[in-house]
Design a protein around this ligand. Structure first.
Ligand code: HEM
Length: 191
């Protein structure tokens, strides 16, 4: 297995979010056992399309200056080493979302991903000089493109419409729930 630069899943330390709190979040987005099953299926469908999904997402980021700026240096130029390193971890995140058990270790890495979007840890993993943080409002807004754009990839499986819907809804819930977890370091007090 090839190693993914900066992907520290196994060594991520504890999340301040408990499994009980995760369960309440799952209930809040109506994520149940049928979603878990649909997400596993989505993982199978997406497995050999991850690079194509990433092409779409990176294309989207690249077309928006305010988003690309988060991967750029003080001179305003995109840092290609940064974009490439994060891309590797982003691809793994697609697989992790669908395949990993949502247990304490998963929660710990969720916290790490949140931190990596904030001044606590952004830029540190890849040793780059870029913006201090990704504005929280963009994190929330990107839920839409990150969910809408996977649909054609799920459809390419040729599975029945109800199955596509179920996979897509499970993916949507999974992304919303994770972004909710990533807000934790942005709002430590009133979270
Ligand atoms: C890192 C997902 C929103 C910029 C990451 C990583 C993932 C991810 C999986 C890699 C985590 C790791 O290190 O293992 C998402 C999702 C988003 C979102 C699902 C919204 C639903 C955004 C937005 C921006 C952004 C709006 C702005 C352009 C970045 C940057 C990194 C990163 C710059 C690298 C952070 C670092 O220095 O380690 N994101 N992200 N993300 N994301 Fe996001």
């Amino acid at each position: 297995m090839t190693t993914i630069s900066g992907y520290d899943y196994e060594t991520a330390t504890a999340s301040p979010v408990s499994v009980e709190e995760l369960n309440l979040l799952k209930a809040s987005v109506l994520f149940g056992p049928e979603d878990e099953a649909a997400l596993r299926k989505a993982g199978e469908v997406l497995a050999d399309q991850v690079e194509d999904v990433l092409d779409v997402w990176y294309g989207f980021v690249g077309r928006h200056h305010h988003l690309l700026a988060q991967f750029s240096g003080p001179d305003g130029e995109p840092i290609s080493r940064y974009l490439t390193a994060v891309r590797g971890r982003f691809g793994q995140w697609i697989r992790d979302t669908c395949e990993r058990p949502w247990d304490e270790q998963w929660l710990a890495y969720q916290h790490e991903i949140g931190l990596r979007h904030t001044p606590y840890k952004k830029n540190r993993t890849d040793r780059v000089e870029s913006t201090t943080h990704v504005p929280l409002r963009y994190l929330i807004a990107l839920i839409y493109p990150i969910t809408a754009t996977v649909r054609p990839f799920l459809e390419s499986s040729g599975r029945p419409a109800e199955e596509i819907d179920a996979m897509h809804e499970a993916w949507r819930k999974a992304v919303i729930l994770q972004v909710a977890l990533w807000t934790r370091p942005y709002a430590p007090g009133p979270w």
